[in-house]
Design a protein around this ligand. Sequence first.
Ligand SMILES: *Cc1c(COP(=O)(O)O)cnc(C)c1O
Length: 386
Amino acid sequence: MWKIPLCDLHFGPEEAQAAADVVASGWLTMGERTQAFERALGEAFGTTGVLAMTNCTAALHLAYLAVGVGPGDEVICPSLTFVATANAALTTGADVVLADIVGPDDLTIDPADVERKITKRTKAITVVHYAGYPCDMDAILAIAERHGIAVIEDAAHAPLATWKGRALGTIGDVGCYSFFSNKNLSTGEGGAVAARTEELRQRCKLLRSHGMTTLTLERHKGHAFSYDVVLAGQNYRIDEIRSAIGLVQLGRLAEGNRMRRAVVTRYRERLGALDRVHVPFRDFEVRGVGESAYHIMPVLLPEGAPREAVMAAMKARGIQTSVHYLPIHAFSFHGTSERVRRDNLDRTDVLAPRELTLPLYPRMTDAQVDEVCAALDASLREVFPG
Ligand SMILES: *Cc1c(COP(=O)(O)O)cnc(C)c1O
């Protein structure tokens, strides 16, 4: 349907084989593939705290519960993120305080605004490594330490990305990953947490599976015949089919991220010729603070350009585009709820309406990048001669 889609799976026949092997084995959940997937993720991220989950929204909910977020508390997160970052906090009964972004070159959460919005009720800060680029974790950790509050990392865009040598998702108290079908590592639906301490990992593990103290695999192996329930948990487990696919996908992740980087480099070269289009994170590598996972390719259209018309003009040329994101405070619920604080979001209000996401996936060719850039130039001339 699309000549150039927004994203594309980085799959081979091995994923199908891995899934088929699980089905043939007859053991579909809570088994050794999930344990192997968690071990392999831990090795890749440099931590022993990884637990695989049903999706990242569940991972975020568990992360909030694990650090003790609940009714009466406040969680600060950016407004420019997928709504799950905030909804998972609201689900615990906590209120959400939305923070602004740094600016047109860095669409991640602004630490200075976070600090301004801290109150006696603030329990956690959730950062989002937007598009795979790390937030200023030094500033965030310093603020969190000063005020004695937890840090959650929404690393849905950022598996294997780093901040000063450390994997994103392993720097705060709990990091959350998504393996949704359009993410860098894909299992269809899927996710994981990385817990900084063994205590947090144990809490997440209990919360993931009903608060039960022993699990099916251990009982099956005769290691345990009974169990206790020590808290009111959820069922946020992943299954063996997804874990098996995830293991294969993890083996492709580093290469996929490198391929994404090459695509982004080409984009920056080509988009440099379009003086009306601004490219956020363009000088990220020059700052030398870490590595991106290059999850998406955001650009900022000229102020006042009709974004929907640009998207339609791109569509007419066979090119799929998207928006990351409609800010959370623009939604009917979050824009009116008394449980969401949404003051002083000026940069988000100015920049979010200008954001357009261009196609990006590992196997995208230079010719395809060039075609997208030419189409963007032509589409802009067409709908916004300016
Ligand atoms: C995709 C995404 C999520 C939700 O992940 P699911 O696995 O689909 O639940 C949360 N936060 C961000 C920033 C995301 O991009």
